[in-house]
Design a protein around this ligand. Structure first.
Ligand code: LR7
Ligand code: MN
Length: 561
């Protein structure tokens, strides 16, 4: 036994050692196995961390401080110029500028005397497609820094299936490591939905009392949110737009039109949003919310329940464009109101072109506007379809049943009501006019805007009459004696020239009288509109009045002369 004992002991020892080794091996393998899938992630994390640190290192402190114009030097400046051409934005400069730059308070100083104590909380929804990381983050930081914590329910970022790689992992990583204390959600859509449906996705998961939408290249300023929430608390059917200031795409300068004057939203019959002056003298100087006929679309606050009740968005609108006017008309016609809040100001980077395209180059703005014209504009849609005749009865516009049902369900008012009550200053080409339509002379030539852009000045042209009534040849002579196209009036210029320039309402060079014999006479110059010696595609003139075929004009429709 005594002899056996050590042998038994040795066996036990061997077994024990084997079990121990196997256990260690199993543990090790298990450990290794678990580590397998996570190992590359941490490698990626290290990579992101490095990228962000490299990026942070290149930031130039105080660049663009107070919203001042910023400039780079040397190679950076050159690359910045290139970027501006490519992306309509100086991306190099944005990358060097602190994400949390301070802006000066752009408000009218009197705004500081107001106190607001809103109880509501907001979900800020920011959608983006291939926007620059530093621009998105500056938007997010400005919201965090300029909003009192108790008013901010959450920030929701919706990535509309960006193809730019850094916008997936890197942005996620940045949020996880640098913004973890903010309630911030980032969702990546699987396929690109366009900005309208992307906003809807954000709105669906939002939980705040109020939804505030922003483009992904904005910067909020001091106390921007308080007046928005206070107004909604007082009037939940009011939809609010801050004053939208310009952040210049090249220098990122935060520029204002001064702190006292601003414009509100209008529209053109071609279906575009426009800025218009406030008509009412009293309203011009008010610091409380001011009525706005339309909104630009990207930046607005709306009670979350009201957003859904009033029909959110037309989900069949693709891509970009149109949703802003659709929502504006709908809000007014269906019992809400749209206002600009002068004491809330947010900057937006205005780009000269879209740095992105849409599949098949589809004209989403045109198609979306055709949808809203059919649903909301009643007979007045005729003017829009004069610009876009091919879209009037085109199946690409899609099914409108649901939106028409919505209009019925909400018992919305007519577009005529909207024009009369909300936007009475809007020029309607065939109302309150002596004559309108094509203005033709005796040998088949017509007045023509020569495709002048909507905000440009140019000659009042002469062109072969089109066989159909195209908008470029549609003019009106209204009761004020203006020979007019939308906001542009024929004006005598110098001795002979006639230009289309912004209507000023003071008659003089913009005053015309139309006589039964077909002459169009401008009393200020004592001359008559003439096509004598004017070639196709050139500007008409004024001359001493004479009984000449060049001075005889006829309108397609004459009410009175
Ligand atoms: O497919 C897309 N998916 C997106 O998520 C295309 C764009 N987007 C995002 C994009 O990244 C951006 O954050 O949508 C947002 C708006 O796109 P922009 O910035 O290219 O549009 P915009 O500023 O030129 O256009 C104005 O009109 C649009 C009409 O559909 C939208 O309503 C925009 O929000 C709106 N912007 C503003 O109102 C800001 C003030 C400009 C003015 C006037
Ligand atoms: Mn924008």
């Amino acid at each position: 036994m005594l002899v056996k004992c050590p042998r038994v002991k040795r066996i036990y020892l061997k077994v024990f050692t084997a079990v121990f080794i196997i256990a260690i091996l199993i543990l090790f393998l298990q450990h290794f196995n678990e580590k397998l899938p996570t190992k590359p992630v941490s490698k990626l994390a290290r990579l992101y961390e490095k990228q962000i640190r490299d990026y942070e290192r290149k930031i130039i402190p105080n660049l663009g401080h107070n919203g001042e114009a910023a400039f780079l030097e040397g190679q950076d400046a050159k690359e910045g110029e290139k970027a501006l051409k490519k992306f309509a934005l100086n991306t190099v400069l944005s990358d060097r500028m602190p994400l949390d730059r301070k802006l000066r308070d752009p408000r009218n100083p009197k705004c500081k005397t107001f106190t607001y104590n809103p109880k509501l909380k907001a979900s800020v929804v920011v959608i983006f497609y291939n926007e620059l990381l530093s621009v998105i983050l500056r938007t997010v930081w400005s919201v965090i820094l300029q909003t009192p914590k108790e008013l901010l329910e959450e920030i929701i970022l919706v990535d509309d299936a960006s193809t730019e790689e850094s916008l997936k992992g890197l942005l996620d990583y940045y949020i996880e490591t640098r913004l973890s204390s903010t309630k911030l959600r980032l969702i990546h859509l699987k396929t690109r939905m366009g900005l309208i449906r992307a906003r809807l996705q954000g709105a669906r998961i939002a939980t705040g009392d109020v939804l505030i939408f922003l483009d992904a290249h904005c910067e909020a300023t001091t106390d921007w949110m308080e007046p928005l929430l206070s107004r909604i608390e007082q009037e939940p059917t009011a939809v609010l737009v801050p004053i939208i200031d310009v952040i210049e795409a090249n220098t990122l300068a935060y520029s204002t039109n001064g702190d006292t004057s601003y414009q509100v939203g209008g529209f053109s019959w071609s279906g575009h949003f426009t800025w218009i002056d406030i008509q009412n003298e009293e309203d011009k100087h008010k610091l409380t919310p001011v009525k706005s006929p339309t909104m630009a679309g990207g930046l607005f606050a709306i009670d979350r329940k009201f957003f859904w009740e009033i029909g959110s968005y037309d989900e069949q609108m693709d891509g970009w464009g149109g949703e802003n006017l659709e929502m504006s008309f709908r809000i007014w016609q269906c019992g809400g109101r749209l206002e600009t809040v002068p004491c809330s100001r947010v900057g937006h980077i205005f780009r000269d072109f879209h740095p992105y395209s849409f599949p098949d180059n589809k004209d989403t703005h045109g198609i979306n506007t055709a949808r809203l014209a059919h649903v909301w504009m009643d007979d007045y849609k005729r003017f829009f379809f004069m610009y876009q005749p091919a879209l009037e009865n085109n199946p690409v516009v899609g099914d409108l049943t649901h939106r028409k049902q919505l209009r019925q369900k909400l018992r919305c008012k007519s577009f005529k009501w909207y024009l009369e009550n909300v936007y009475p200053e809007k020029f309607i080409p065939d109302e309150n006019v002596y004559a309108h339509g094509q203005v033709q002379n005796d040998y088949g030539m017509c007045l023509d805007d020569l495709q002048l852009g909507e905000d440009k000045i140019g000659p009042l042209g002469l062109y072969q009459c089109h066989p159909y009534l195209a908008m470029s040849q549609y003019f009106s002579l209204n009761f004020k004696g203006e020979l007019r196209k939308e906001n542009f009036c024929a004006e005598t210029f110098g001795v002979r020239e006639v230009q289309l320039t912004e209507c000023h309402g003071h008659k003089r060079e913009q005053f015309w009288m139309f006589y039964k014999n077909g002459t169009i006479y401008n009393p200020t110059s004592g001359k008559c509109l003439s096509s004598a010696g004017v070639e196709n595609g050139k500007g008409v003139v004024v001359e001493n009045c004479a009984d000449s075929i060049f001075q005889k004009w006829s309108f397609t429709n004459v009410n009175r002369t």
